[in-house]
Design a protein around this ligand. Structure first.
Ligand code: PEP
Ligand code: MN
Length: 360
């Protein structure tokens, strides 16, 4: 689906090369909001992010100050000339933001997966030109993410972006939420017009990991960042471990380097073309070999069928995985990659055997 969207630099927010957002997980008090805004005042951010209504996974944690915080935020905006962005989860939140001329809103990871909530927010925004960012759903389900974006587009909104904030996973990891980069990369392939921001704070869960994830996002040509910044993270009422001080945020942005999609250098272009030709050639060989492998699998299937033998051979499959992982190690190919690669090949082989059952 092709979306007709307004480019980021026409959203009415200060945007240099990136859409940069920083601010506290939650507004906690007027003093905390004003001090954080002061700390961020000269950092060229596009907007200060602040949570007023906090959707908590379990009840009993700090659930946000609610509507009361809107006056603090408008004061911070007027005093420090910083646009303000807020998470919205209901039409009432949207109404309150519109009434206070909030500059941008976003939908959180626990709201995106609910089509009723998303539609209600879209309906409340209909007829406005409010910029809106959609965080990925917590579960790694790209269709729900796309669906929420499409619902916003369908009511006529044109300033729409996506935020990659990581995904829940059953695997143990250093991250709070697994980055699972292939999902936002696939989102960009399906909707090339959509700007994508990275929220390294919720991915990492720990402030010391934020730089590497933020840099990785920029290396993948993301359009911006959303980073949690608190005047005193140790005292934060939510997400204390992942928030940076304004000083740490300044240092983060200073250290990040921007990649560009292409270079004008003729030497670069010629060499890149050569290397790409080599890669194309190798990929063709890989595909041809895979095709041949599947043909042999078909012969094997005919043989198995004639002898009343099952398509799946658990011992053989175990042996394949073991030997291919060992072979991959000599080629610097990770165990995880080899496992996933052969899982895909094996699945296709089984599928093809099932498909041809009628014909053999
Ligand atoms: C937040 O931005 O503070 C937040 C609650 O994030 P998420 O919806 O990504 O969990
Ligand atoms: Mn948070």
């Amino acid at each position: 689906m092709e979306l007709s969207l307004t480019p980021l630099n026409e959203w009415g927010l200060p945007v240099k090369n990136l859409l940069l957002s920083a601010g506290p997980c939650s507004a906690e008090s007027e003093e905390q909001v004003m001090a954080t805004a002061k700390g961020l005042a000269d950092s060229n951010i596009s907007f200060m992010r602040v949570g007023l209504w906090k959707p908590r996974t379990r009840p009993g944690s700090f659930e946000g100050v609610g509507i009361e915080g809107l006056d603090w935020l408008t004061r911070a905006r007027d005093e420090y000339n910083i646009p303000i962005g807020i998470e919205v989860a209901t039409p009432e939140h949207v109404e309150a933001c519109l009434k206070h001329n909030i500059d941008i809103v976003w939908i959180g990871a626990r709201t995106t997966p609910n089509p009723f909530a998303v539609q209600a927010i879209a309906d409340a925004l209909k007829g406005t030109d409010m910029p809106i960012l959609i965080k990925n759903p917590i579960s790694p389900d790209i269709e729900l993410w796309l669906g929420a974006i499409e619902r916003m587009h369908a009511v006529g909104l044109k300033k729409i972006g996506a935020i990659h904030r990581g995904f829940s996973s059953s695997r143990q990891s250093i991250y709070r939420f697994a980055p699972n980069w292939k999902i936002p990369i696939e989102l960009k392939r399906r909707l090339p017009e959509i700007p994508i921001l990275c929220d390294p704070s919720h991915i990492c869960g720990k402030s010391e990991l934020i730089f590497s994830v933020a840099q990785e996002a920029l290396d993948l040509l993301y359009d911006g960042l959303m980073v949690e910044v608190h005047i005193d993270p140790t005292k934060a009422l939510s997400d204390a471990e992942q928030q940076l001080t304004p000083k740490q945020y300044h240092s983060l942005v200073d250290r990040l380097t921007l990649k560009r999609e292409l270079s004008d250098s003729q030497e670069f272009k010629t060499r890149l073309k050569e290397l790409r030709t080599e890669v194309d050639h190798i990929d063709n060989n890989v595909l041809e070999l895979l095709g041949k492998r599947m043909e042999i699998v078909q012969d094997m299937w005919a043989l198995k069928l004639a002898n009343n033998v099952s398509a799946l051979q658990p011992h053989r499959w175990k042996e394949i995985i073991k030997s291919r992982i060992e072979a991959g190690q000599d080629l610097q190919l990770s165990e995880n990659f080899i496992f996933q690669l052969f899982q895909g090949i094996h699945e296709e082989a089984i599928r093809q055997q099932a498909d041809t059952t009628d014909e053999i």
